[in-house]
Design a protein around this ligand. Structure first.
Ligand SMILES: [Zn+2]
Length: 243
């Protein structure tokens, strides 16, 4: 755990409000708000995270904001530039491919760990989450769909019970969300609607081989729906001016 990742006081259960915070938001709480904003695509790649503005929004010192930004920079979610400040990261196509490669290694390990420790209660939690996703799709709430899709993967990691894997999954989900924002092909989807349910079915049956295969196919589908060709930053001017 990075030194900046502090647990909030046990008595502090209230959701922090940006308007009138009753007490200072902790590093964890501010981090969580940024995490959700990235997952919902409200906070987009390349957006400046001004220290002063952020301190004002969360009603905390600039030092605390710097702590949060340092943690996010450590996780590659934020890029820090001397003199210029902090910006939400814009993963390159190469970094995007690295993220999917890491997920293909980590997520089967997560599934194995979950199958080893699976209970009816854990399966219920996953089904409830899948139901929230289905509900957001029915309402056509795109922000909720993309956030819940990402959170499905972190929930699987949390239920697996390995805090290191769960933390890595959260970072990778944030990077995946930034990647989807940057390289979304017109046909791209975050997670296909029925694939999470199929994975849950395999977990419920403790069918490790099938759960793993479904997850790897699932990741292939997400990566395959993105446009990750590296054009070295050169736009196709002929194509642009064809119209
Ligand atoms: Zn998914």
């Amino acid at each position: 755990m990075p030194a900046t990742a502090r647990k909030s006081a046990p008595s502090a259960k209230r959701t922090p409000s940006p308007e009138r915070p009753e007490r200072d938001a902790t590093v964890d709480e501010i981090y969580e708000r940024i995490y959700v904003a990235i997952l919902e695509h409200r906070l987009q790649p390349g957006i400046k995270l001004g220290e002063e503005k952020m301190a004002e929004i969360f009603g905390v010192s600039r030092a605390r904001i710097r702590e949060v930004l340092a943690r996010l920079a450590h996780e590659q979610i934020v890029e820090l530039y001397p003199q210029r400040g902090a910006y939400v990261a814009k993963p390159t196509p190469e970094q995007a491919r690295d993220v999917f490669e890491a997920r293909r290694l980590i997520e089967p390990a997560v599934l194995k760990r979950l199958i080893d420790t699976v209970t009816a209660d854990k399966i219920n939690r996953l089904r409830q989450h899948a139901e929230l996703e289905a509900d957001a799709r029915r309402r056509n709430d795109k922000r909720a769909v993309i956030r819940l899709s990402g959170e499905f993967h972190t929930l699987v990691a949390e239920l697996a019970g390995n805090s290191s894997l769960a933390r890595s999954m959260r970072e990778l989900c944030m990077l995946t969300c930034l990647t989807i924002f940057l390289y979304d092909a017109p046909t791209a989807q975050s997670c296909r609607h029925d694939e999470h349910s199929l994975i849950i079915d395999a977990l419920a049956k403790k069918d490790r081989a099938r759960a793993e295969k479904l997850m790897l196919d699932h990741l292939d589908h997400i990566e395959g729906s993105l446009q990750l060709e590296d054009n070295g930053g050169e736009a196709d001017l002929v194509e642009i001016f064809r119209a």
